[in-house]
Write a protein that binds this ligand. Structure first.
Ligand code: ATP
Length: 210
């Protein structure tokens, strides 16, 4: 059995009387992508929030590489790359400065070359000197994705990463995520794009069928 990067057991989340997640299990091993799909309101984002520690489940546990998630530990933060809702950017740091900050804060060697390569890959080179407030919504999404690809990562947790990307952007994202798997990384992908899920995911967990 390959290394278990993520083990989710019995995650249950209730809001008032409503049980949104009822004992959900999910495993991701190295080099594997698991899709999480289901209709609006079925609990996909809630599940991801529980996995990354942004929300507290009523029951169940999440293990990263066999250990409880503790975001205070630098090695845990290094392993886990997350793109959820729009991330907040520093209003006074340019695109390249954001990526440089993320790469250096995570101790990446050759940060400058890495940032250059990712800027090129995500199509932000031309706007690299601009502030986030001057980017289009799709460009801001690309910046959020670029932030993941300039940092170390073992497990990617992505909530609708294709949002607001153009057709070429979604095609690029699919190729990139397949390459991430080939590099031995694990992926949890929430998406409403069936083609992206089919291209990237080895298995699918469906929520909201109860
Ligand atoms: N903090 C909260 N308080 C009350 N209800 C909440 C809270 N967070 C989520 N919910 C409810 O839980 C349900 C699941 O929400 P969630 O955002 O996980 O759905 P989703 O599957 O990601 O939906 P979408 O496809 O629209 O993104 C929704 O009915 C939502 O209203």
């Amino acid at each position: 059995m390959a290394d278990a990067l993520l083990t989710v057991r019995g995650i249950t989340r209730r809001f008032g009387e409503r049980t949104v997640l009822d004992a959900v299990d999910l495993d991701v091993v190295a080099g594997e992508a698991v899709g999480v799909v289901g209709p609006n309101g079925s609990g996909k984002s809630t599940l991801l929030r529980c996995i990354v520690g942004a929300d507290q489940p009523d029951a169940g546990e999440t293990l990263l590489s066999g250990q409880q998630l503790d975001e205070r530990r630098a090695e845990v933060r290094r392993d886990l790359a997350v793109v959820m809702d729009d991330i907040d950017f520093f209003p006074d740091l340019s695109v390249v400065e954001h990526l440089d900050l993320v790469a250096r804060a995570h101790g990446q060697r050759d940060a400058e070359d890495l940032v250059d390569a990712v800027l090129d890959e995500v199509g932000l080179m031309q706007v690299s000197g601009q502030l986030p407030s001057t980017l289009s919504s799709g460009q801001r999404r690309r910046l959020a994705l670029a932030s993941v690809f300039v940092r170390p990562r073992t497990l990617l947790v992505l909530d609708e990463p294709e949002q607001r990307l153009d057709v070429e952007g979604v095609a690029w994202l699919g190729e990139k995520l397949v390459a991430e798997k080939a590099a031995g990384r694990g992926i949890v992908l929430v998406s409403h794009d069936p083609d992206l899920v089919a291209k990237v995911c080895d298995r699918v967990v469906r929520l909201g069928d109860a």
